[in-house]
Design a protein around this ligand. Sequence first.
Ligand SMILES: [Fe+2]
Ligand SMILES: [Fe+2]
Length: 133
Amino acid sequence: MATPAQITAATREDLLNAMRGEAFAYASYMLFAETARRNGKSEVADLFEATARTELLEHFAEQAALTGLVGGDADNLRHAIEGESHEIDVLYPSYAEHARAAGDAAAADRLDEIRRDELDHLEAFREALESIA
Ligand SMILES: [Fe+2]
Ligand SMILES: [Fe+2]
């Protein structure tokens, strides 16, 4: 179990916001790399991938250690279950509803479809938690 440093609630909030940015940068750069590789720009692809790794394995990971994000396996599974449940029960239904109300039908359909994938994630995490309990 990671031992979080003693930090104030405000610093913790800033770290969590920074982590969202780092995670978004990681994911974006990996997609940018895929596109660059498809376009035959392998040096650009390598640059995006190398930078993405730093965002995840150094920046995100160091901030995660400070906030105590990563715990034991059971804690991590409970954390994941909580996150997936929020997406399933609150986030995706309301975003799909907003999109549908705004006339963005394709986006609404995609959000519904993603929500169904999250149900599989939730179920798999629940089973894993039971199996290690
Ligand atoms: Fe970064
Ligand atoms: Fe998920």
